[in-house]
Design a protein around this ligand. Structure first.
Ligand code: BGC
Length: 741
């Protein structure tokens, strides 16, 4: 069984639009075609002369980073009215997790495991951006990310290809709506193709060393899903893959994307990633770089000008055929037709919903609420009982910082529209509970303990201490990787000072990545991981603290105890020597002059064991969920059949809550070894106290497919284990067999 898709039959509508593209292409000069393949940096709310001239001359297909409506309309006016062929512009922007209404960072959104809400958030982001004339976002970023040092983990859907695919597809649907020409729909962009998330040591832009089999089974899966979902564009990655930069990688962009996947949309380079191929040492100069990118199939060059400077000559010399250029330009024009830009090049604000309106903010709050992950809740410290509470402290550099809570990749959101935890708590309980607010540290990096004496005093005087700690937004995101992912600055010391008071301690962490929290956890009674929660982070967190909502987020990425464990992810391979608690000794338990053979002979770290701090999929609730009675509908099935795997989920607690029920499978033997567990499906369910629901997942044998040694997409008969539970360490297990017939 292979996944080589047949070319889709052309509908009458498609045929007509292809004809429009061909008609236009026939009128275009080569310089105008190359112009369409060029994207220029705009921005600043005015039209610079050199851009106006270039657009007028038909030398620009797209601009990025202008967000002012009047300026965008002016740019479109030059393109439509003053250029020879009147071809409108693609106007691109990084609308990554919101435009004006800022939603949680994508990693936080993934923690909601709620594809409907994620889609709604992307829909709103698109609508707000479209109201300013933007018609293309460089999102979703769907790089599988297994290294929390990498700053761009914040922008990703986490470590898992199945969750990443689901989140990515939801975002594509949200941005693009049901048709690109709808008011408020914009083109999406699956990025960064591919394996950018595997950057060595988590250093941004670093080399990715991924064998083809793993590339296909892990890193490419969300991209395939996005392509199948109709994502309008792809962006190439900055990194090289097996010695060839992604932007000049013919195998990746042509053999896989165009031929195998039959992808028809357009491909854009990343920022100057065409000319950077010479810096990689792959090409000698911009001309060779342009040749490599064009022949690989990068339709549009972002920011740099190697296409404009060199491609014309290559076509004249016969090095690149005109047919090839026509196919590339055709894809760009096709997108412009699909967006309805030829009919409606201008944006009228009155056609669009208001920015930051109540419904937008409500979705932002709901998504922030569902993205928070409760990591610890000793003795039911949370939710706080307002009837018994007289005073709380609110301490920490992020308790009242509307800017930092928005997170990375926010160009258009404004701090003034953020509601902080301090504001929200005051609003909800400020009349009845004394809230003693002090930052303790000016920033998350600050090293002065000048305010600690006051912190100690306040911490001793209140009923409960609430700290909002974490990372500032600049500590994650592009080019913002960290080698040490502890809480920065003196925050641990701040927490120690508070904990010493002996009152219950609630820690909220806002961060763009999993932090190493080994030393934080023992100091806190409750820990709520809020990522960077966006504009409505404060109200969402206040509701969770006070029990107006129950936490329901689940980790989309494994939390290591120590940086030295990285990469650590649940879908690891078993190895020939898998560790167990019995085989895994700790360095402190090893006697002096230990004999060579006393150390368990298993795959673990002497000083960190083998377990993460928190596994993928983990997250507590105020409800108590229990899983029982797992069954399979069939003990064996034939290829092409399905099996239903079911379990009862009970809420044995006192609170209503939502749980993300997860199904994991292990293929025990494969012609290439299979991970110890793979997420196959998940579902959010809401259960009242005492309620019990039977949850069934239908698994078709196609869902068990993977790329084998020959890079064929196959299902191999054999034995499978399956688990249903609340995280990737779920213990409720069943099994089934797949037979050839
Ligand atoms: C990033 C892309 C982004 C582009 C445009 C690049 O530096 O890698 O993700 O879309 O800039 O801003």
């Amino acid at each position: 069984m292979t996944n080589i898709a047949m070319p889709a039959p052309v509908s009458a509508e498609e045929a007509q639009s292809q004809e429009r593209v061909q008609t236009l292409l026939a009128q275009m000069g080569l310089d105008e075609k190359i112009g369409q393949m060029s994207q220029l940096q705009a921005g600043g709310g005015y039209v610079p002369d050199h851009i106006a001239d270039a657009i007028r001359a038909g030398r620009v297909g797209s601009v990025l980073n202008e967000v002012d409506l009047d300026t965008i309309n002016a740019l479109q006016h030059i393109a439509v009215e003053e250029s020879r062929l009147g071809i409108p512009l693609l106007v691109g922007r990084d609308v990554i997790h919101g435009f004006k209404t800022i939603f949680p960072i994508p990693l936080g959104q993934a923690a909601s495991w709620n594809t409907e809400l994620v889609e709604a958030a992307a829909r709103i982001s698109a609508a707000e951006a479209a109201s300013c004339g933007i018609n293309w976002t460089f999102a979703p970023m769907i790089d599988v990310s297994r290294d929390p040092r990498w700053g761009r983990v914040a922008e990703s859907p986490g470590e898992d290809p199945v969750l990443g695919s689901a989140i990515g597809v939801a975002m594509v649907r949200g941005f693009q709506g049901s048709a690109l020409q709808e008011v408020g729909a914009i083109a999406a962009c699956a990025k960064h193709f591919a394996a950018y998330g595997a950057a060595e040591s988590g250093r941004d832009y670093n080399t990715a060393n991924v064998p083809e089999n793993e590339l296909r089974n892990v890193y490419l899966r969300p991209f395939k899903a996005a392509a199948d979902a109709g994502v309008a564009t792809f962006m190439t990655a900055f990194c090289e893959i097996d010695g060839v930069p992604a932007t000049g990688n013919h195998w990746l962009l042509d053999d896989v994307l165009r031929q195998e996947w039959s992808y028809k949309g357009m491909v854009v380079s990343d920022w100057e990633s065409v000319v950077e191929m010479s810096v990689h040492g792959y090409t000698h100069d911009d001309s060779e770089a342009a040749f490599a990118a064009v022949t690989a199939g990068v339709d549009m060059e972002m920011a740099s000008s190697s296409y404009r400077d060199h491609v014309e000559h290559m076509v004249h010399s016969g090095a690149i055929s005109l047919e090839h250029i026509d196919r590339m330009v055709g894809r760009i024009l096709q997108l412009k037709f699909d967006l309805g830009l030829f009919e409606n090049p201008y944006t009228h604000r009155e056609d669009h919903a208001e920015l930051l309106n109540r419904q937008h903010l409500k979705v932002a709050k709901d998504l922030a609420t569902q993205s928070c992950v409760l990591l610890k809740n000793e003795q039911s410290t949370l939710p706080l009982s307002t009837t018994r509470l007289e005073s709380v402290s609110l301490i920490g550099p992020l308790a009242d910082d509307g800017y930092e809570q928005m997170g990375t990749w926010v160009f258009d959101g404004e701090a003034q529209h953020s509601v902080t935890v301090a504001t929200a708590l005051r609003e909800v309980i400020g009349r009845t509970v004394e809230i003693r607010h002090l930052a303790g540290l000016e920033t998350t990096r600050a090293s002065s303990s000048d305010d600690f004496a006051e912190v100690r005093q306040v911490a001793a005087e209140v009923d409960v201490n609430i700290l909002v700690l974490g990372e500032e937004s600049f500590m994650s995101g592009e080019a913002h990787s960290r080698a040490n992912i502890d809480l920065p600055g003196q925050q641990l010391e701040l927490l120690e000072a508070v904990a010493a008071a002996g009152k219950p301690v609630v820690v909220i962490i806002m961060a763009g990545r999993p932090l190493t929290l080994d030393r934080v956890m023992p100091l806190a009674d409750a820990v709520l991981y809020a990522w960077h929660p966006g504009s409505m982070g404060g109200p969402a967190i206040a509701d969770l603290l006070l029990g107006l909502a129950s936490p329901s987020g689940k980790l989309p990425v494994t939390f290591p105890r120590a940086v030295g464990q990285i990469p650590i992810y649940y879908a690891q391979k078993n190895t020939g020597r898998p560790p167990t608690d019995a085989t895994c000794l700790h360095i402190d338990d090893v006697p002096a002059q230990a004999p060579q053979t006393s150390l368990g002979m298993a795959s673990f770290h002497l000083d960190a064991g083998f377990r993460p701090l928190f596994p993928f999929g983990f997250g507590l609730s105020y409800a108590q969920f229990q899983y029982v009675k797992i069954t399979t509908s069939h003990h064996h099935i034939a290829l092409g059949e399905y099996v239903d795997i079911s379990a009862d989920v009970l809420n044995t607690g006192m609170h209503e809550g939502e749980e993300v029920v997860q199904l994991y499978v292990r293929d025990l033997v494969g012609s290439v070894t299979r991970p110890v567990r793979e997420l196959k499906a998940f579902r959010r369910v809401r259960l009242r106290p005492g309620e019990r629901q039977r949850i069934s997942f239908r698994l078709h044998t196609d869902d068990l497919a993977f790329y084998d040694r020959n890079m064929q997409w196959v299902v191999e008969p054999g034995h499978f284990h399956a688990w249903i539970g609340g995280d990737s360490e779920a213990s409720l297990q069943t099994e089934f067999e797949v037979r050839t017939a």
